[in-house]
Design a binder for this molecule. Structure first.
Ligand SMILES: [Zn+2]
Length: 291
């Protein structure tokens, strides 16, 4: 089993979140992980702790995703940390790079490529100012299309009960990428925020042919019928398992950060047949990344 959506938020961050976020000037992230008057859903894990969680859940490999930082320096530091984790356990960790597209994206991409990264993301077009720097985002997308690197986008739902610090990610931005870069592989996080529904439109289905949808944070957002419903809409070949570890997906019952509860829920409640199970947990991501 492969978990294609995890994050590496190591102890140097969790020891003093406010200080870290202030040093790197990451105000959105701070508001998200340290909300006022409320326990945070964000968990933290060391590389050893994460490998232990993977072993418990029978996950053989994890894809560490970067984050949609508001500064290039944070992206570079985060990539250095992820590289340390990949070097520590090369058979267990792969990674997508944190990229700040608005400032010399090619340089950042080439550096990440030389460090062994396999894609870009999560990206957040609103927080990372897509509208102001479209040309540089397109330079990045062109590089990814040429080098066969998937781009993973954070997607919020088109219709949503607003939570504190909710920042929408308009659907038309993803369509712009699909139209401009027909061979670019795009993974939309969090079930694509409802975009699978639009694949019922035959014109959109053609345009969205290289869209994939990951299941990250699903227990916080939807009930387990989402698996069967999205399979009906787009097919199991476009769905990729991801948890969003070390996010706390079951905040009421989860005592510690772990991976297995969501996986057990899928096994017992999603009603997947053997072929769908293999596609979602392994085959789709393997063929995207040539693993
Ligand atoms: Zn996300």
């Amino acid at each position: 089993m492969i978990d294609a959506h995890t994050h590496c938020f190591p102890p140097e961050i969790s020891d003093n979140i406010t200080q870290w976020a202030t040093t790197y000037n990451e105000s959105h992230w701070l508001k998200l992980v340290a909300p006022n008057n409320k326990p945070s859903l964000q968990g933290y894990a060391s590389k050893e702790g994460m490998i232990e969680a993977m072993d418990c859940a029978k996950v053989s490999q994890s894809i560490l995703l970067g984050w949609y930082w508001e500064n290039k320096a944070t992206c570079i530091r985060h990539n250095e940390l992820m590289k340390q984790w990949m070097d520590f356990a090369p058979m267990r960790f792969h990674a997508f790079a944190s990229i700040y597209p608005n400032d010399e994206p090619i340089q950042q991409l080439e550096l990440a490529h030389s460090m062994g990264f396999k894609g870009v993301g999560e990206l957040h077009p609103t927080i990372q100012h897509y509208d102001q720097y479209k040309d540089r985002w397109h330079t990045m997308a062109e590089w990814c299309e040429t080098n066969n690197w998937p781009m993973n986008f954070h997607v919020s739902e088109g219709l949503n009960v607003k939570y504190p610090n909710f920042i929408p990610t308009p659907f038309d931005i993803y369509l712009e990428f699909a139209e401009a870069f027909p061979d670019l592989k795009i993974i939309l996080s969090h079930w694509g925020g409802g975009i699978p529904f639009f694949e019922l439109n035959p014109k959109l289905k053609v345009l969205l042919k290289n869209f994939y949808y990951d299941t990250s944070a699903s227990p916080l957002l939807y009930d387990m019928t989402i698996f069967r419903n999205v399979i009906h809409l787009v097919g199991a070949e476009k769905i990729i398992f991801g948890s969003d570890y070390p996010l706390k997906l079951y905040p009421k019952k989860q005592k510690q950060v772990e991976m297995q509860t969501f996986i057990k829920d899928i096994q017992s409640k999603a009603g997947l047949n053997q072929n769908e199970y293999e596609q979602i947990f392994e085959k789709n991501i393997c063929s995207l990344l040539n693993l």
